[in-house]
Design a protein around this ligand. Structure first.
Ligand SMILES: [Zn+2]
Length: 476
């Protein structure tokens, strides 16, 4: 049987599996939505996922990384063959909890404002349905799901990369909920998040200022230096800061102060170069103010390396599966969510993907497939999946799981992640990932071409883990 014929059978098989298990998948997703555990605290969420994997005959391994008990892997093998990796996330965002109504109604809890309940469970359903199809159709190989904690500012996957957890995989297939459906070939920005803590001497600011050495002065001089640095760095670099501790009261010379930077650039090598220069500025500021400074990197991740060969095949499978099947109820709910938005605001939310048709401003759900993969573009966000993409050829897609006009990290995404709109996106993504994995497993030439492309990129780009060797999970 050629690959095309196998994939036809695979599509029938995967669709049937989803039909049979749809209700269960949605229940698991809603369970994790309700738990809404934040980074490194995903104890119950990871247990729920592990339980489902065990039930479907996957071998679960945990305690993989010291200090990160919510990381795990779940694998299933059908004999000798390539290993396809799927990535799961399940962390929520602090304070974003919202009632399940189509308007802003904070409930004081944490919330799935990035849809990671959908992400984790969608990839889980992909892994289990792919394993089922492999068994039924006699497809050899291995499916390995990586349960990855703390995507939100915790760089969970980078710790897993540093520990070698991703060794031995042949390809990676991932997705993320967003407001359109497409295969994403854009890269992300590399990032280092770094804190500088200054220590000085406190004194009465009125009677004995000459005895004080202000830690806040060190912080302020550092930021002035950083402003001058901005003129002499590539225009593609973004440097943002907040002062997280500036002292207690104006009449006390602060003996402790802290400033926190994000350095972002298209290449991790540029980020690391600017980090060294920022370190010098902080040291100079310490010398000038007779204070001392300690530097601590709190998270870091590399840019994404998209694999064109795999992305193109993922698009084939996205078309086989089709866009999310939203219902009338979903459209009505979306309309209510979008009540406050103008048509221009809705259409404008799609511009970052290169979608410029103002007609989208009249709609509330993106219900087709966008075929432009944005090859060569850089989307201005950072993700710890970037580091995973350096471990093997990776393809990724975005699937509409929220309204046109809504953004990630918003109440709109929280609400959509817990109801029909998000469910449809998740079920669609699960099928696309399963189909792409089965396609890679049954087409050795495809995998060879993907690996050749990946090897060529690595010939001129060495992967260096951006995280200091002594950094521990959750230390920020
Ligand atoms: Zn996310």
């Amino acid at each position: 049987m050629n690959n095309q014929a196998i994939m036809e059978k695979a599509l029938t098989n995967v669709k049937a599996w989803f039909e049979e298990n749809e209700q269960r998948i949605v229940e698991v997703s809603d369970q994790i939505w309700n738990l809404a555990e934040t980074k490194f605290q995903e104890f119950e969420s990871s247990e729920v996922l592990k339980g489902v994997f065990r039930e479907f005959g996957f071998e679960v391994k945990d305690n993989l990384v010291d200090g990160m008990p919510t990381a795990f892997t779940a694998e299933w093998s059908n004999g000798e063959g390539p290993t396809i990796a799927m990535l799961g996330e399940y962390d929520a965002l602090p304070g974003l909890g919202n009632d399940l109504v189509p308007r802003k109604s904070p409930n004081g809890k944490n919330g799935h404002g990035c849809g990671h309940n959908l992400l984790g469970v969608g990839s889980m359903s992909a892994a289990i349905s792919a394993a089922h199809a492999m068994e039924e159709l006699g497809i050899k190989g291995r499916i390995k799901y990586f349960g990855c904690p703390a995507e939100e500012g915790g760089s969970g996957k980078v710790f897993m990369v540093r520990e070698g957890i991703f060794k031995g995989i042949d390809a990676i297939v991932r997705w993320h909920p967003i407001n359109i459906t497409y295969v994403d070939m854009s890269s992300s920005l590399a990032i280092v998040s770094v804190k500088y803590e200054f220590h000085g001497k406190s004194a009465h600011a009125g009677t004995a200022p000459h005895l004080g050495r202000s830690a806040l002065d060190g912080v302020i001089l550092t930021d002035i230096g950083a402003n001058y640095l901005r003129e002499h760095i590539p225009t593609t670099v973004r440097l943002h800061s907040v002062i997280t501790n500036g002292g207690k009261a104006p009449n006390i010379v602060p003996d402790l102060a802290e400033i926190w930077y994000y350095i972002r650039a298209p290449k991790i090598a540029d980020v690391n170069d600017i980090l060294k220069r920022l370190d010098k500025i902080a040291q100079g500021a310490a010398m000038a103010t007779e204070t001392t400074v300690t530097q601590k990197v709190v998270s870091a991740s590399s840019e994404t390396l998209p694999n064109k060969v795999l992305c193109e095949r993922m698009m084939v499978n996205m078309k086989r599966v089709g866009p999310p099947a939203f219902t009338e109820e979903d459209y009505a709910f979306a309309k209510q969510i979008n009540e406050q938005l103008t048509e221009a605001e809705k259409a404008g939310s799609l511009r970052m993907f290169g979608i410029n048709d103002p007609a989208w401003g009249k709609k509330d759900l993106y219900d087709v497939i966008y075929e432009n993969m944005n090859e060569g573009k850089i989307t201005p966000y950072s993700t710890d999946s970037g580091d995973v993409s350096w471990q093997a050829p990776m393809c990724q897609c975005f699937v509409a799981s929220q309204t046109i006009g809504s953004k990630n990290h918003s109440w709109e995404q929280v609400v959509c992640s817990g109801m029909g709109i998000g469910h449809k996106g998740m079920l669609c993504a699960g099928k696309i990932i399963a189909m792409t994995a089965l396609d890679i497993l049954t087409d050795p030439d495809l995998l060879a071409a993907a690996k050749a492309e990946y090897d060529k990129v690595l010939e001129t780009n060495e992967y260096v883990c951006p995280m200091p060797a002594d950094m521990i999970p959750g230390a920020q």
